[in-house]
Design a protein around this ligand. Structure first.
Ligand SMILES: Cc1cc2nc3c(=O)[nH]c(=O)nc-3n(C[C@H](O)[C@H](O)[C@H](O)COP(=O)(O)O)c2cc1C
Length: 177
């Protein structure tokens, strides 16, 4: 299985990127690629700019880089109750090139935040919206209070959250294979 993953954040120390990287270790039998949104820099979207410049190469490249995936794993960072502006901006450009940017592929949707709600607002927004862009959402997982519940060396420290992630990883594997 070919897994392409990304965190919907441009933070260099993104906790969502850390969660995705950790989750990929549970798919050791698969080929995995973790994309970095910083490699897809696009200007701030407006219909006027679109008329002027067309579509940025980086947005088309992001869609192309997702397309070999048998499974996409995304972890949503949350800013003020929603997607980060950087992700939303890239997503807006992509949707103008190819509305079905996820190309009917299965997707494991996650989120984490420093707060106790674990980025579930951004996760919920993506869970509602991504299917309209061709994502088949297989499972969702949210990790609350990242600083308390995650250790860089050992992963998820809370037993019940660790078990929840493991059971969802197994469910995803069963559904994709
Ligand atoms: C502008 C801003 C708004 C934020 N809003 C929220 C929020 O609404 N809910 C939340 O749980 N965390 C919020 N946070 C904290 C983020 O969860 C935290 O910065 C986290 O590290 C973001 O994920 P990332 O590291 O993957 O980018 C906010 C942080 C910033 C900088």
């Amino acid at each position: 299985m070919n897994i392409i993953a990304f965190a919907a954040s441009t933070s260099k120390a993104s906790i969502n990127k850390q969660l995705v990287a950790h989750t990929l270790t549970h798919f050791s039998e698969s080929e995995t690629t973790l994309l970095d949104l910083n490699n897809y820099e696009v200007p701030l979207f407006s219909v006027d700019l679109e008329k002027e410049i067309g579509h940025p190469e980086a947005a088309a490249r992001f869609i192309a880089d997702l397309s070999p995936a048998d499974l996409i794993i995304v972890s949503m960072a949350e800013h003020n109750g929603n997607y980060t502006a950087a992700f939303k901006n890239l997503f807006d450009w992509c949707s103008r090139i190819e509305p079905k940017i996820f190309k009917d592929k299965p997707l494991f949707l996650m989120s984490t935040s420093t707060g106790g709600y674990g980025g579930k607002n951004a996760l919920g927004a993506a869970e509602t919206r991504f299917p309209r862009h061709g994502a088949e959402i297989l499972e969702t997982f949210s990790l609350p209070s990242f600083g308390t519940n995650f250790n860089a060396e050992t992963g998820i420290t809370d037993e019940s959250l660790r078990n929840e992630l493991m059971s969802k990883v197994e469910a995803v594997k069963l559904k994709v294979n």
